[in-house]
Write a protein that binds this ligand. Structure first.
Ligand code: ATP
Ligand code: ZN
Length: 285
């Protein structure tokens, strides 16, 4: 089988999570210090370690077939690549910020002003779509200091917690777009490589579904089973097993992690007892 080449970030915020995802997909890579590339033992995959900024170009050129990187870089580089799956980590926003004491009256604030950013293409597209005339000052890093040193009136940058903005006397005024890690691919993959990609995607989805869902087990008096089953959606319908104790059943189901806290009180009020919530390792739908 021909090997699929995946590009991941060499070192940075995406590296560890990208490697972890491959590991959770059952793909074993040789340990040792990160070289330029490595091959998986048990899956037709070659891993290239690159700077995230370069990944769109390499995937477009076919140096790598697929890659993992932030959506922000995909949007900024604007290469011929296909986004095939969101991966649910490295979430952040791309926002406009201005000095905190400035009065902000909406987007027209930026008209005729100067904004510093490392994402000029995304920002230019945004201001054009808003019919605003803004001067964009492209800088490589430490964008947040630009207003303080008189280089720009505002900035456009990645915001996650907002603490960097605060430290630099800035406030977030508009979220232009959101970003998370995504899997991208070259738009034209050979059939054999595509088959490997499908296999990988199948595993990634199983891992991600598992992470979002929990297996729930609880005991309930038989007369409550119908009401409790109605609260638990499950993959199909819940599994109901009789307990040794007469008049009681055990109900098993799968719930979304984020729904769990919403339904727990309802379950208890319907008489559920001994509720266990356990992690799922893989989940195939
Ligand atoms: P490289 O050396 O590979 O070019 P980098 O400095 O560009 O690395 P990192 O800081 O490691 O990149 O960030 C990688 C990606 O992580 C960003 O492009 C973005 O998608 C995501 N990210 C999530 N939260 C943050 C954050 N708070 N700051 C910066 N990036 C973030
Ligand atoms: Zn980078």
């Amino acid at each position: 089988m021909s090997k699929l080449k995946i590009a991941i970030q060499k070192s940075g915020r995406l590296s560890e999570k990208s490697l972890e995802l491959l590991k959770e997909c059952g793909i074993k890579l040789s340990n040792g210090d990160r070289k330029l590339k490595t091959t998986a033992f048990n899956f037709p995959l070659e891993v290239l370690f690159l700077r995230d900024d370069d990944i769109p170009q390499y995937v477009e050129q076919g140096v790598a077939d697929i890659g993992i990187l932030g959506e922000n870089e995909v949007l900024e580089k604007d290469k011929q690549v296909k986004v095939i799956e969101k991966l649910g980590f490295a979430g952040c926003k791309l926002s406009l910020a201005i000095p905190k004491d400035e009065y902000y009256n909406g987007l027209t604030y930026f008209n005729q002003k100067k904004v510093a950013t490392s994402y000029p293409k995304i920002l230019d597209r945004f201001f054009k779509s808003q019919n605003l005339n803004v001067e964009i000052e492209t800088i490589g890093g430490s964008v947040e200091i630009a207003p303080g040193i008189g280089l720009a009136d505002g900035i456009f940058d990645i915001v996650s917690t907002g603490s960097t903005l605060l430290m630099n006397g800035l406030k977030e005024v508009e979220v232009v777009t959101e970003s998370e890690a995504v899997l991208i691919s070259n738009p034209i993959l050979a059939a054999e490589k595509n088959a490997v990609l499908e296999k990988l995607l199948f595993r990634i989805r199983a891992v991600r579904n598992a992470a979002e869902n929990k297996y729930i087990l609880l005991n309930a008096p038989n007369e409550s089973v119908a009401a409790i089953s109605a609260i638990l959606p499950g993959m199909k319908s819940p599994t109901i097993l009789p307990l040794a104790q007469p008049g009681w059943s055990s109900i098993h189901s799968v719930v979304k992690e984020d729904q769990f806290w919403d339904i727990i009180d309802q379950l208890k009020s319907k008489g559920a007892q001994g509720i266990l919530v356990v992690p799922i390792e893989k989940m195939i739908l």
